[in-house]
Design a protein around this ligand. Structure first.
Ligand SMILES: *Cc1c(COP(=O)(O)O)cnc(C)c1O
Length: 378
């Protein structure tokens, strides 16, 4: 079945023929006295509401296993828990700010090394050492939307006995399925598109590998960063409209990118695949469109603050992926955890604006942008 159908299909039959599965808030479950066992025992280990969600998260990607976490960073942390002291992880320099902070603050204490590449897409065998255990990448990257060839990186990683992890937050299974291109694990901040209404925090991990799944399940139990039942239920409801929302959000983003690219007040527009013909070709091969997020810079002679004050529809806020358009300045907001040098290397200039298109009427968005760009003239 297609993904829009899989997003809707109830994960199980419910009592009374309820079309929407109930929420089970119970922290503990009665066990059979003789065998001391049951379907569920204690909420952290597993519970019906999280299990419903996890089965749909797996199904969206047609993956064997899906796991739900309390936040995207808890999902990222569970993936890093697969590492041992001495291991090296390769990253692209435009990785999510929170992930960068993890590498900078926690890796040294854990005896791990994070090595950053400005262009992870062009690394070769020589860039991997015998300690390289993982390549961790976002494609498209945040906020410069650089694209890497997932299949090529998977082959490179596997030739060295390393894992390829893709943070697929910007695409979701609707637009890109990294496991199909050889990635070992996919992580997502479900706070963004999966949740889609800027009203919950959650994270997801998917994999087809039995042993990796066992270890991710272990990290749920020992770190305890799991998603609780009520939010699991709300996320499950939100996912039903994910394919619809993304289609509309991407359409709005495409029209805004076209408009801004031709506007004299705009100097650069960055979107997935826009960096080079080679990246466009790779992105078209592994994904179904640019997604809903793009970045841009105003031209000389235009004032960013005036522009932001004049915009009426988008909220000035971190995060992305919701039905409401959001706009942010990565250098001082989502990526302030990065050093200035790291931002410079990644091309995250102080004037770079990141935009996440919502589902508003496109004519209203275009009119809002046109008016604000006029108002920004110095
Ligand atoms: C937001 C985000 C995260 C972290 O997710 P939280 O839900 O905020 O913990 C990780 N990766 C990417 C690409 C993100 O945008």
């Amino acid at each position: 079945m297609h993904i829009d159908t899989r997003a809707i299909l109830a994960p199980r039959k419910s009592e009374f023929g309820a079309v929407v599965p109930p929420v089970h808030l119970s922290s503990t479950f009665e066990l059979d006295i003789d065998s001391v066992s049951g379907d569920y025992a204690y909420q952290r280990g597993s519970n019906p509401s999280r299990a419903d969600l996890e089965s749909v998260i797996a199904s969206l990607e047609e993956a064997k296993y899906g796991f739900a976490f309390a936040t995207g960073m808890a999902a990222v942390s569970s993936v890093f828990s697969l590492l041992s002291p001495g291991d090296e992880v390769l990253f692209s320099s435009n990785v999510y700010g929170g992930t960068f902070r993890y590498v900078e603050k926690i890796f040294p204490r854990a005896g791990l090394t994070g090595t950053f590449f400005d262009d992870l897409g062009s690394i070769t065998s020589e860039d991997l050492s015998e300690n390289t255990r993982m390549i961790f990448v976002e494609s498209p990257g945040n906020p410069t939307l650089r694209v890497v060839d997932i299949e090529r990186l998977a082959k490179l990683a596997h030739a060295h006995g390393a894992l390829l992890v893709i943070d697929n937050t910007f695409m979701t299974a609707v637009l890109q399925r990294p496991l199909d291109f050889g990635a070992d694990l996919v992580v997502q901040s479900a706070t963004k598109f999966l949740g889609g209404h800027s009203d919950l925090l959650a994270g997801a991990v998917t994999t087809n590998d039995d042993e990796l799944a066992e270890n991710i399940r272990l990290s749920q139990k020992v770190f305890g960063g799991v998603l609780e039942p009520l939010t699991s239920f709300r996320l499950l409801q939100a996912i039903k409209t994910l394919p619809l929302r993304i289609a509309r959000q991407q359409e709005n983003a495409e029209k805004l990118v076209a408009f801004l690219s031709d506007h004299p007040a705009v100097q650069t527009v960055l979107s997935a695949g826009s960096f080079s013909d080679a990246e466009r070709e790779v992105h078209e091969r592994q994904a179904k469109g640019i997604g809903a997020v793009f970045s841009f810079e105003l031209a000389q002679g235009y004032d960013l603050k005036k522009f932001l004050h004049a915009l009426e529809i988008p909220s000035f806020a971190v995060s992305l992926g919701g039905v409401e358009s959001l706009l942010s300045i990565p250098a001082t907001m989502s990526h302030d955890g990065m050093t200035q040098a790291a931002r410079d290397r990644a091309g995250i200039t102080d004037g770079l604006v990141r935009f996440s298109a919502g589902i508003e009427n496109i004519d209203d968005l275009l009119a809002d942008f046109a008016k604000a760009l006029d108002a920004a003239q110095k």
